[in-house]
Design a protein around this ligand. Structure first.
Ligand SMILES: NC(=O)c1ccc[n+]([C@@H]2O[C@H](COP(=O)([O-])OP(=O)(O)OC[C@H]3O[C@@H](n4cnc5c(N)ncnc54)[C@H](O)[C@@H]3O)[C@@H](O)[C@H]2O)c1
Length: 355
């Protein structure tokens, strides 16, 4: 039997634990992967999870990179560590799968992409919503029935609490809410998935104008609310409104509406809630997809990890690669630049203007 791909997870916080769970599930369900090590800067956390699974644990990435059983480094540390840790892993010849945002700076993201290319290793970015069955269905089946796309609207209305989220514990306080460490607020952290989907569904963006502000979250630096108007290369327009200030909190939602000359589709959270084509509503709640099992938190991560590992095994391109991961980051940086400068920003722009 061929050797299983050895994976190590670095950063064992909220999402790193999901990586561990998903990789253990895939280890049981497939023949091609094995979780071989975990890393967290806090020894007690690394030790607990390492012992639970009877695998190596470390407190620094340097140690795990010297482990020859490790083929892939899965990065789930605070956002500002993604680029330096990914670059280090790539230089050690490891493949890297990294949480969003892939970096807090475009310079860092670009460096990750070029180093991965130079070292012949794969770099994947975790935009798991691209694996949501309804969104796949929209991309592959429904979009072409909508005619000429002229408008893509998106809204993200979430709530993030000062005490429960930004200042929850010492780890949260060490990176959340600050430009240097989180890289940005609602756009960079929560809303980047939606922005990635807007680009994935309707192509590249050529111009953007936006405003960002911190309106209700005293005590953090980054934006809690943002709006932007965008122009796509294919001529369509788009709108983005995002906030982490939504109250009452039980009203939180994310919507994406794609309008074409022949109809429109509305996605609410990850599900299609309306498809109206040719003047009539044709489908409602179409989540009758072959992979209906995708309903639990972690299932989309699992689908993405599986695809990444298969692309390693088969030597295929991984679709959510570093270049793809950079697109949403670039658009977000352009919104920041537009808000600060009061200008419309044309893309692609010189990344040295804004790191
Ligand atoms: N794909 C998604 O939907 C999704 C969801 C949540 C978080 N994320 C991303 O995952 C990343 C982590 O978020 P989180 O909420 O899990 O953070 P967290 O603060 O809960 O956990 C971070 C963990 O990393 C550890 N850590 C910090 N520095 C380290 C270092 N140098 N080496 C090893 N470990 C270190 C911390 O001790 C902590 O256990 C962020 O970039 C976030 O944007 C993605």
């Amino acid at each position: 039997m061929p050797k299983r791909i050895g994976v190590a997870v670095v950063g064992l916080g909220s999402i790193g634990k999901t990586h561990v769970k998903v990789l253990k599930d895939l280890e049981k369900e497939t023949e091609f992967v094995k979780l071989v090590a975990v890393v967290d800067q806090i020894k007690a956390i690394a030790e607990k999870i390492g012992s639970e699974h009877n695998i190596q644990y470390y407190t620094t990435i340097d140690e795990v990179l010297r482990n020859s059983e490790v083929d892939v480094i899965s990065i789930a540390t605070p956002s500002y560590l993604h680029a330096p840790q990914a670059i280090l892993a790539i230089e050690y010849g490891k493949h890297v799968i990294v949480e969003k945002p892939m970096a807090t700076t475009l310079v860092g993201a670009k460096e990750m992409v070029s180093r991965a290319q130079r070292n012949g290793v794969k770099l994947g970015v975790i935009f798991q919503e691209r694996y949501a069955p309804d969104i796949v269905r929209l991309k592959n089946d429904i979009l072409k029935k909508l005619g000429k796309i002229y408008l893509v609207e998106s809204e993200l209305k979430w709530y993030r609490d000062m005490k429960e989220y930004y200042k929850r514990d010492e780890i949260a306080k060490s990176w959340r809410g600050m430009w240097n460490t989180e890289g940005g607020g609602v756009l960079t952290n929560q809303g980047i998935h939606t922005i990635d989907l807007m680009i994935w569904l309707n192509g590249d963006v050529t111009e953007v104008s936006g405003f960002i502000g911190n309106i209700t979250h005293d005590g953090i630096e980054v934006e809690d609310t943002a709006v932007a108007a965008i122009k796509y290369r294919n001529g369509a327009f788009g709108t983005i409104s995002q906030t982490v200030s939504m109250k009452p909190t039980n009203y939180q939602y994310r919507k994406i509406r794609v309008h074409g000359s022949d109809g429109f589709v509305e996605i609410t959270d990850d599900k299609i809630t309306t498809v109206a084509i040719g003047g009539k509503e044709e489908l409602k709640n179409v989540t009758n997809y072959k992979e209906e099992t995708i309903t639990q938190w972690g299932d989309l991560h699992k689908a993405l990890f599986k695809d990444f590992l298969k692309s390693l095994l088969q030597g295929n391109d991984f679709p959510v690669n570093g270049k793809e991961g950079m697109k949403s980051l670039e658009l977000i940086k352009a919104i920041y630049l537009s808000s600060y400068s009061g200008q419309i920003i044309k893309l692609p722009f010189d990344i040295n203007i804004i790191v």
